[in-house]
Design a protein around this ligand. Structure first.
Ligand code: C2E
Ligand code: CA
Ligand code: CA
Ligand code: CA
Length: 279
């Protein structure tokens, strides 16, 4: 609690006090969540828009809390980052997602890709490269089938240290995606400087692609950029058939969103993984 200044009074407001307590309780529970095996991954399909086939899945973490039910990442990832718990949690996510992806590979060597979110603090932790290497090793997953999703906020931090680390990760053979592209502060120069393979076009642009000429033009420009720089594009948060049609028309390669498939437990995808030709 703050001991002086304006904050002192804020601290004693009952609503702030309650929110603080709630946060402390949630954090105490989060410390136990891994040991109690309360974290689960849901998987959302990433679809090849030209062929309408699933090319891979993004792993999205949820917390099956004993009393709060299924807690979304928005309610605990920031807490995990602040407390440093994101490192062991992220390590678990890497292990579990690569294990699942390996289980989904076919005898002929084809199978879905797997995307894993890596937050800034997790990326900057000294164990990151070892954690990725270990997850690949334990699972036996072909490194080219794993994509790590990072955000622009990472790229604007310590550029020299970040470049080195990104190169180290790339040396493992995995792919790198820039998540929420278009929402951060990064200049386009970053795209040349960093070894990025995929841009994930933020939902905020996708929302307007079928209705706003400006958003349509912005995505058109990103498509050209992607072609020039040799980057794959994934449009995020596709919710309607009109959005899907507009994105296909613009030549966006891949898409993700409730219209194409919601994040679901692995078991819900088994049939699709084993029936469709997934490349
Ligand atoms: P994100 O990486 O941008 O993931 C996309 C989010 O959008 C997911 O929310 C997904 O469920 C949601 N989404 C997908 N399609 C649609 C759509 O059509 N409409 C709408 N409205 N939403 C859609 P979710 O699962 O709640 O995750 C939120 C954020 O939490 C993620 O955003 C990511 O930043 C973070 N996160 C999730 N899992 C992990 C993880 O394992 N590690 C880390 N570090 N962060 C994670
Ligand atoms: Ca993501
Ligand atoms: Ca995103
Ligand atoms: Ca929309």
């Amino acid at each position: 609690a703050k001991s002086s200044g304006k904050g002192r009074y804020e601290t004693f407001q009952p609503s702030h006090h309650a929110a603080h307590l709630e946060r402390e309780r949630l954090l105490a529970d989060l410390y136990q969540a891994l040991d109690r095996q309360e974290l689960v991954l849901h998987y959302q399909p990433i679809v090849d828009l030209a062929s309408a086939t699933t090319s891979g899945y993004e792993a999205l973490v949820r917390w099956q809390h004993p009393t709060h039910g299924l807690v979304p990442p928005a309610r605990f990832i920031a807490l995990a980052e602040d407390s440093g718990l994101i490192v062991p949690i992220g390590r678990w996510v890497l292990r579990e997602a690569t294990r699942q992806a390996a289980a989904w590979q076919r005898p002929d060597g084809s199978g879905p890709r797997m995307s894993v979110n890596v937050s800034v603090r997790q990326f900057q932790h000294p164990s990151l490269v070892g954690d990725v290497a270990e997850a690949l090793d334990r699972s036996g997953l072909d490194p080219r089938r794993l994509t790590l999703e990072i955000t622009e906020s990472l790229l604007v931090q310590d550029a020299a240290a970040t470049t080195g680390k990104l190169e180290e990760v790339k040396d493992l053979g995995v792919r790198l995606a820039l998540d929420d592209f278009g929402t951060g502060y990064s200049s386009l120069g970053y795209l040349r400087r960093f070894p990025i393979d995929v841009l994930k076009i933020d939902k905020s642009f996708v929302d307007g692609v079928a209705t706003s000429p400006e958003d349509h033009a912005v995505i058109g420009a990103i498509v050209q950029l992607g072609q020039t720089l040799g980057l794959d594009l994934v449009a995020e948060g596709i919710e309607t058939a009109d959005e899907l049609a507009a994105l296909r028309g613009l030549g966006v390669g891949y898409g993700q969103g409730y219209h194409l498939g919601r994040p679901l437990p692995a078991a819900a995808h088994e049939e699709a993984v084993h029936q469709k030709a997934v490349h």
